[in-house]
Design a protein around this ligand. Structure first.
Ligand code: HEM
Length: 421
């Protein structure tokens, strides 16, 4: 290599390492998409200083997520090396999210029984009623924090009612859930206090759900905890540890992620008022818009997989046990997969005859999000209620603060002003 080529290669490598640092560092919380684009344009695969391989392209992420040749069971080892395998069940209760068949199939099937599409459809009137109350409260305030008034309470209350957590525990489970969500980030990026909070939240959740499950065994109600407690009672194949981890995963997965979709989704709409006008002109687009908002701002920004056999992806040969990080935040804005990928287009997912490519915001394959219909329904109902009750909605700052989270990313607050119709 001559010296000019060598210096170009060094400069490119520098910009890749800077982009990686920004993508995972504090700079990337408000906008991870610019560094993601730099990485995508520089190549399909990059290696981080921690030795992880990052996949930037839609088609490579699809190739990995859609097959069990790649396992999710190694996530704890890749992302949480400070937790010993013996402590993992108490410290990182992630249930079937980090399992593979046959255990994954067995547990997911059991939860699916308590979580059918019919159960979700039945929730619509309740979601509408609650959303109207929350929007009325926001209208009464005029200026308010959308994260505090709507994004958190809507999925929190629905998740609690679905699972069976009583109102007096809402504040406590909300705090635990936030601490666990923060703990999804790589251990080496977490301050000591965040690691301690994650551990306390896991143990707190375990103890709390153990008590609730005991109550439901004696006195079943119409909720997911009762369904799950009876599954165990029938002598089925769910140990107490699996049962508890399943309750916690479902709660955390359903609450934080949906809150983040509502916050970042509403911010995008408020920054693109033409899209709110498009929804007003065609309210039927409220059903399609949530997918587009999640494509652009995926609440789960990255996920990991490890090869279970020798396999080639993005031109690289992986050996069993080698890990990759699928950059969902990059794949969802890949020009090869989407036209004008950085633009919000609430109609993008509205034409069944000409569907846009499925985004990876809910992942793919056997771990495809179990709660996707519920999350989309909550966002859809919120848009419908806002169109009905609100004339103008605007964001009051150019720089709303983000939580420090990398993996489960979202806004800390969103100062907003509304005026009634
Ligand atoms: C906008 C909201 C949501 C987003 C962005 C989201 C995203 C995801 C993603 C990306 C995965 C797969 C993770 C991976 O492959 O690494 C997942 C799995 C899961 N989600 Fe969601 N989710 C959302 C809402 C919900 C809700 C409302 C629930 C339940 C109430 C839920 C329950 C689950 C469960 C149980 C899994 C594990 C599935 C499995 O491993 O088989 N999620 N979610």
């Amino acid at each position: 290599m001559d010296s000019s080529h060598a210096s170009t290669a060094v400069a490119e490598q520098d910009s890749v390492q800077t982009a990686i640092a920004h993508l995972f560092g504090p700079e990337g919380r408000a906008d991870p998409y610019t560094p993601a684009r730099v990485l995508r344009e520089a190549g399909r695969l990059h290696q981080t200083p921690l030795g992880h391989h990052l996949l930037t392209r839609y088609e490579d992420c699809v190739a990995v997520l859609s097959t069990t040749a790649w396992s999710h069971a190694e996530e704890a080892a890749m992302m949480h090396p400070t937790v010993s395998p013996e402590d993992a069940p108490e410290e990182l209760p992630t249930s079937f999210l980090w399992m593979e068949p046959p255990d994954h199939t067995r547990l997911r099937n059991l939860v699916t029984k308590g979580f059918t599409p019919r159960m979700v459809t039945r929730l619509r009137p309740r979601i509408e009623e609650l959303t109207e109350q929350l929007v009325d409260k926001a209208l009464a305030a005029g200026e308010f924090d959308l994260v505090e008034f709507i994004a958190y309470p809507l999925p929190l209350i629905i998740a609690c009612e679905l699972i069976g957590v009583p109102p007096e525990a809402y504040n406590q489970v909300h705090q635990w859930s936030q601490d666990l969500a923060r703990g999804f980030d790589h251990d080496y990026t977490l301050p000591e206090e965040a690691l301690r909070a994650r551990s306390a939240a896991s143990r707190g959740f375990m103890g709390y759900f153990r008590e609730l499950l005991n109550e439901r065994r004696m006195d079943p109600k119409d909720d997911l905890l009762s369904v799950l407690s009876q599954v165990e009672d029938r002598g089925d194949v769910l140990t107490e540890q699996e049962l508890l981890a399943t309750c916690i995963t479902t709660f955390v997965a359903g609450h934080e992620t949906t809150a983040n979709l509502i916050g970042t989704g509403m911010l995008q709409l408020m920054r693109n008022q033409d899209q709110i006008a498009a929804l007003r002109a065609r309210p039927d687009l409220c059903a399609a818009a949530p997918d587009e908002l999640l494509r652009l701002e995926p609440s789960v920004q990255i996920t990991t997989r490890a090869a279970t056999k020798p396999i080639t992806v993005a031109g690289h040969d992986f050996e069993p046990g080698d890990g990759v990080v699928a950059l969902i935040n990059s794949a969802n804005r890949d020009d090869d997969a989407y036209t004008d990928p950085d633009r919000v287009d609430v109609a993008r997912y509205s034409d069944p005859m000409n569907p846009a490519k499925k985004h990876l915001g809910f992942s793919l394959g056997i771990h495809y999000c179990l709660g996707a219909p519920l999350a989309l329904l909550e966002m859809e109902v919120l848009l419908e209620v806002l169109l009905r009750k609100v004339r103008d909605i605007e964001v009051l700052t150019d720089t709303p603060p983000y939580k420090p989270n990398v993996v489960i990313r979202g806004l800390e607050s969103l100062p907003t002003r509304v005026t009634p119709v």
